[in-house]
Write a protein that binds this ligand. Structure first.
Ligand code: ADP
Ligand code: MG
Length: 700
């Protein structure tokens, strides 16, 4: 591969601040910058100038089309391309793009899920430019990040509520900062660095597996002789073919201004990870959506397929995504970073308390923000964090909080009892060496890492909930502290009471153990929402709706529609999986086993004709067991067919999702069990699909 000039390549296809500064007049630039940083409305004539320069820049960089790029509730991004051409008087064409076209688009979007939000007469909805996320060029098309709303202003996408949640946390954080004398903070933004896991498999092998093609995961497959038990893949040497893919991927991402940073092999064979450097949450969200799209595209160029499903293979680890989250002021102060002065420390502890309370109060919202049919296979499966949400703080911070809670000295040697705002926290090292990988929500020195996300989840969902929930804790604190007579005393009391009240959410032990489930649910009263069907309905709990509505993150109809869409998605996903299983069993597995049985029977018969002494033990015992298994497979596939058939009779989406959980998924598991056993007894020549071993070790 030729030598790359990374700094030159980086952001080459992005209309970023560097390009803006170079190409826009200083007045237009200043006005746009204010919109980007402080959410100020953009003037029409400014939009006009920006559109003109954006178009010129895009054409110079090879673009012929533009699109409003948005994130409907399908979970993937959507785009509809329009060319810049417009007829000119001389019969030719001009390349045009107006401020109006930049600001607003009207995709024919009636087929996107809306959960009943749009009546058909206004089915179009519109897209609105999000100037806080940079436009970029992809496939000769200028992509303009946009929000997607109905004409009555309801959000039909994931970006709108994310931006609203960022405003909510900004508002409340500033109130708190003021109380600590930080009057001139212009804004507080949340930042995220999402670590992305994925699998790479060979395209040829992939194409032979209908289950991978239709559902993104294998629905059948006996365990190969080798899985991940040797731990030889994790951080192992990267294979040349994968390395070429990673180089190509990095180049593509860098051109798009995505800060691709770390790459390594993961635990399972064929599993890898990519982590970018963190950025502002809405940009990180856009970047992560793009990263997933480009991973698939680049893999395809290398004759591989990138699997982003949470659980492509049973028996080896699934893929997740770690959402590293923090809060930063416009001057770059990380509010989750322990400070140096007593005051900074007190402020840090208050923000820390806000997160602790938020995670405890809204465990259900965090859990449901990562709930999908795919991710249900991971959470609680002893490889990913459990479905129970808890926080890991590490030894040091736990000790400090204990000292505050009990009014005891923090260290033996220290005689004084620490008073917040008066005494500094002694010897607090940032680097928490004790890394508890089993915790769903871990403090890692100056940020929190939410680890329950599935690899295909949009990070928008969990950040909406996290931002809103923390904004709510901060609101309560600001309400109380703003009217306090003695600020320091009230602050101390407040932090003490938060720690006492929400202690149950703190857990540093092994989150994979059965004892934890027992303790968490029975002793501590934490929620254990195992499936999407269990978790999602909590979106409509009064306490959750009240909170999300009071911070103007969602309105009532948006919440109802979202709950419905997410559950529909769950039901449809599992339904497709069930139908795929039926198809594979009837058309391929049963006929294949029958072919093999025929050969065994024929062989036995022939052998016995030749000699009356042969026992044919292998043939006969295999035949007997396989014949039993075909009966079991038949019974189970008929049962699955019936179960799937009855899905339509459910009266509402809540009943359907429970039916999926209680009837369809168990019927699928049951069918798989028999087919996988039959695989172990059938000759590979007759088996109709590539085995787990062939798929997992297909990339060399
Ligand atoms: P690991 O979790 O493997 O130890 P790091 O802690 O270095 O790795 O970083 C993991 C991710 O967290 C990276 O994407 C990194 O950019 C991001 N990150 C680091 N600091 C912050 C922060 N203050 N806010 C949000 N994300 C951060
Ligand atoms: Mg990490």
């Amino acid at each position: 591969m030729e030598k790359q000039n990374v700094p030159e390549m980086f952001g080459a296809l992005v209309f970023d601040e560097k390009v803006m500064r170079a190409r826009l007049s200083s007045k237009v630039y200043a006005s746009l910058k204010k919109t980007i940083d402080e959410n100020v409305r953009l003037d029409d004539d400014v939009a006009e100038s920006v559109a003109e320069e954006m178009k010129n820049w895009a054409i110079e960089n090879g673009a012929t089309h533009f699109t409003h790029w948005f994130q409907p509730l399908t979970g993937v991004t959507a785009e509809k391309h329009d060319s810049f051409i417009t007829p000119s008087p001389d019969g030719g064409v001009l390349m045009e793009f107006s401020g109006k076209e930049l600001i607003k688009g009207e995709p024919d979007a009636s087929s996107f899920p809306s959960g009943g939000l749009r009546a058909t007469f206004e089915a179009r909805g519109y897209t609105a430019w999000d100037p806080t996320s940079f436009a970029f060029i992809k496939d000769h098309t200028l992509c303009i990040p946009t929000a997607f709303c109905s004409y009555s202003g309801e959000a039909l996408d994931k970006k709108t509520p994310l931006l609203r949640s960022m405003q909510a946390i900004d508002r409340q954080s500033k109130r708190i900062l003021k109380l600590f004398g930080n009057d001139n903070v212009k804004y507080v933004k949340t930042s995220v660095g999402p670590e992305q896991e994925y699998f790479l498999v060979d395209k040829e092998v992939y194409n032979k597996r209908p289950d991978l093609k239709y559902t993104g995961r294998t629905l059948f497959g006996a365990m190969p002789p080798k899985g991940q038990e040797m731990d030889d893949h994790y951080f192992g040497v990267i294979k040349p073919r994968v390395n070429e893919f990673m180089e190509d991927l990095n180049n593509e991402l860098w051109k798009l201004g995505i800060l691709a940073k770390t790459e390594h092999n993961e635990v399972a064979p064929a599993q890898h990870e990519l982590a970018p450097i963190y950025s502002t949450t809405n940009i990180a969200t856009d970047s992560n959506q793009l990263t997933m799209e480009i991973m698939k595209k680049v893999a395809n160029r290398h004759n591989m397929v990138c699997l982003l499903h949470e659980k492509p293979f049973a028996g080896v680890n699934g893929s997740g995504k770690h959402n590293n989250w923090s809060l930063t002021t416009d001057s770059g102060v990380n509010l989750l970073s322990p400070g140096k002065t007593p005051y900074e420390n007190a402020q840090f502890l208050l923000f820390l308390s806000a997160v602790i309370q938020a995670v405890d109060d809204y465990q259900d919202l965090l859990r449901l923000s990562v709930a999908t049919a795919g991710n249900d296979h991971r959470l609680g499966a002893n490889e990913a964090p459990p479905a129970i949400i808890s926080i890991f703080l590490g030894e040091e911070l736990t000790k400090i909080l204990d000292a505050i809670k009990n009014d005891t000295p923090y260290e033996e040697t220290e005689k004084v009892i620490m008073k917040l705002g008066v005494h500094s926290i002694p010897g607090f090292s940032r680097d928490t060496t004790d890394r508890n990988r089993t915790s769903p929500f871990a403090f890692t020195g100056n940020k929190f890492e939410f680890r329950s996300l599935g690899s295909s989840n949009s990070i928008a969902c969990c950040n909406i909930m996290l931002n809103a929930a923390v904004a709510e804790s901060l609101r309560q604190y600001a309400d109380e502290l703003e009217k306090a007579d003695d600020f320091e005393k009230s602050l101390h009391e407040l932090i003490k009471s938060v720690i006492t009240k929400h202690e149950r959410i703190l857990f540093d032990g092994n989150g994979y153990g059965d004892e934890w489930i027992e303790e968490a649910t029975k002793v501590r009263g934490l929620l254990n929402l195992k499936t999407t069907a269990d978790a999602m309905p909590h979106l409509l709990d009064k306490k959750n709706m009240d909170m999300l509505m009071s911070h103007k993150v969602f309105n009532e109809s948006e919440l109802k529609s979202r709950c419905e869409i997410m559950l529909e998605n769950y039901v449809k996903t599992v339904n497709i999986e069930g139908l795929t299983m039926v198809d594979m069993v009837r058309k391929n597995y049963l006929p294949a086993i029958e072919r093999y049985l025929f050969r065994l029977a024929q062989t036995t018969k022939l052998m016995r004709e030749v000699s009356s002494n042969v026992k044919c033990n292998y043939e006969v015992s295999t035949m007997e067991r396989l014949s039993e298994l075909t009966d079991d497979i038949l019974t189970s596939v008929v049962k699955l067919e019936e179960t799937l058939g009855m899905l339509k009779q459910s009266s509402d989406i809540f009943t359907s999702s429970e039916y999926v959980r209680d009837e369809i998924l168990p019927a699928m598991d049951n069918l798989r069990k028999y087919v996988d056993e039959a695989e172990m007894l059938t000759s590979q020549r007759d088996w109709p699909f590539p085995s787990y071993g062939q798929i997992l070790f297909s990339v060399n």
